[in-house]
Ligand binder design. Sequence first.
Ligand code: GLU
Length: 440
Amino acid sequence: MTVTRFAPSPTGYLHIGNLRTALFNFLIARKAGGQFILRLDDTDPERSKPEYAEAIQEDLRWLGLTWDRLERQSSRLDRYEAAADELRAMGRLYECFETPTELELKRKKQLNMGKPPVYDRAALALSEAEKERLRAERGPGHWRFRLDHERIEWEDGILGHLSIDAASVSDPVLIRGDGQFLYTLASVCDDIDYGITDVVRGSDHVTNTATQIQIIRALGGEVPRFAHHSLLTGPQGEALSKRLGTLALRDLRARGIEPMALLSLLARLGSSDPVELRHSVDELAEGFELSHFGSAPTKFDPDDLVPLTARLLQSLPFEAVAEDIRAIGVPDGLARQFWETVRGNIETRADMAGWWKLFSEGAEPLIAEEDREFVEQALALLPPHPYTPETWGEWTAAVKRATGRKGKALFMPLRKAVTGRERGPEMADVMPLLQKPVAA
Ligand code: GLU
């Protein structure tokens, strides 16, 4: 069975970049009829916050990306300890005592000599007595996984065949000096224990994958299929990292972006498949092909979400918006008529409230100086309230006869006088929805 996972650290709000990872993993599981696990990578007690863990779940629920299982790394420390013992027993985990400053110095020296900044394994040469002394001086050391210096190869679901020389990578730290397990070890244990078959994550994880493949093998686990998607950039190709703070999913939600507009875009952006609006995650899953995604950075323009949201809303049946329409106070008897009238003129659900306010309370008229007399004359000819579907036709015909105006010169000043706006739904449809007579 296909089992995927989305593994955010609850150290902040989910943003558009995280969503891409979540969505791909969700769709793979959904398409295969498998399982999707939400895993909170919360081994860092200082940076992980319960409110972020809550917010992550809330955002995913809003999008309809529901999970079959929720797991927290913080509840599995015993398992990580056991795995560390196993690796120690195999001689694959060794204690190091360099301070961050010392490591930085080593890196600089290597770079100056034109060498890649790979950890030199000096700690492997320490005798027991030397380690005792260092422990007494500096406290417990941190623990690194000793990589086998061979080529690590895999068929990446997006990047194709990858081959990384393990000697070009530093032995990864799995346990910090203060005993905290790092993500690399925790993630491997979880992926093994939960039977993860497919891992999709950002291309910033490619090196992690190489080291994790060796750790998985050392622990006797099955290596999942890995795929690394490209990172999103801004519309001009600029790094998105600085703007991600403003592209939190909750901000998009507050702006009225529709979940399925967002998901429809992100499920195809960066692939060879066209973006088409879909109304359910199942429809999206059906056409989802990981191998159609490219390795090049993917341009993302948040402004694209607005017209997509508008198109999505316009395509919705009345039933899908009935609740919202009731909530803004439209009487049940008018709800359907209201929706048919405004659906082509809204960008977000929130815009419906503006139209209902206008229909129920009337608008501040918009009258150009040169039209003042004309509008006054026209309003005197307006049939009495309540207005009917015929009102607009009858009224404008009468105004035309009386003033000789026609076309835009006739209709536009009247639209602006009645609605206070230059654009909007058909006036013949607007008139019967007006709950109060147009003020003369
Ligand atoms: N917590 C890791 C991250 O957010 C998970 C990476 C992974 O998918 O393994 O980067």
